[in-house]
Design a protein around this ligand. Sequence first.
Ligand SMILES: C[S@@+](CC[C@H](N)C(=O)[O-])C[C@H]1O[C@@H](n2cnc3c(N)ncnc32)[C@H](O)[C@@H]1O
Length: 311
Amino acid sequence: MQAQFSNATAFDRYPGLMLALKRMKGSAKAGSRPLRILSYGCSIGEELITLRLYFPDAEIFGCDVNEGALKIASGIAEKVDATVFKSTDASLREHGPFDIVTAMSVLCLHPAKDIIKRFPFSAYEHNIGVIDEALSDGGLFALFNSSYLFRGTTVAEHYQPMAADTVGSNGFATRHARNGDVLATRIASDFGLSYKVDDIERIRFEDFMDCIYKKRSGEKWPDRKYIKVDQGFDCSETNIAYSWSKSEHLDDIDQKSPEGIMDMRVSFRLIKADKHQSQLFSERATSRRDLWHGGYRGKSKFICPAWMDYS
Ligand SMILES: C[S@@+](CC[C@H](N)C(=O)[O-])C[C@H]1O[C@@H](n2cnc3c(N)ncnc32)[C@H](O)[C@@H]1O
């Protein structure tokens, strides 16, 4: 089923993510044959040029449901030695298996009007299932801008989220629950990319951050735990923890929020906490991925990743 209807694209649109995939590519490759990469939703083909730039030796494929876009993409494909095909369940199976599949700004509806009619969770999960079938075991799935939570799909438990310091966010699309409820929406703020979190109980930090998943059939990944560490580090297990470090006034988070309520900003630092917690904290403090801001304005909670820095 068609997900995103817009064909908007650009050359080298996700440099941090491409860099991360390039660094991880060794782990996705099976044997000595060239790496096989699919741009799922390649639009007019700019992403094929990007992939060729980052993966000069790979076999590159692009697919899309939009025939007009595909026609333009096929001209580009000739120039960058890629193969394009119309995206259907059968064609994905035929052209696979792939070692890397990118689904960038594809499995979403943006803007998210009438999402339940136009792109329900069942369609999202179906498309992810087809991609899963076409991805080799040990392969990497890069998912950017996703209307639903990947961890809500049945295949997700066999995917290990991969941390990458060059990836600060997994997109800006509105996040929905299976029934279409809005969980978080992008808002304007002085941080650049922030989300108003409508349901803090049903969404977690990693839902804004995890972007690359490694397929590991037969293995199930435990849920990550979050610990609030506001008075020193007192946890002894290995866990993801967060602490806050500062608070100050914020402007322009949500124009509609009630007046007269204090705005607060907190900086979260996601860390691995074990018996060497303080050491890990300072080591990982340099990682862009681990710096987050969160707080509330009136009744609206928000969180946002640190501004992406690809240097
Ligand atoms: C916003 S563009 C993204 C293009 C490119 N991936 C990028 O990020 O620059 C979304 C593309 O996904 C395509 N698309 C939507 N549903 C699809 C599906 N089920 N299979 C393959 N492509 C799909 C659309 O036709 C459109 O060309």
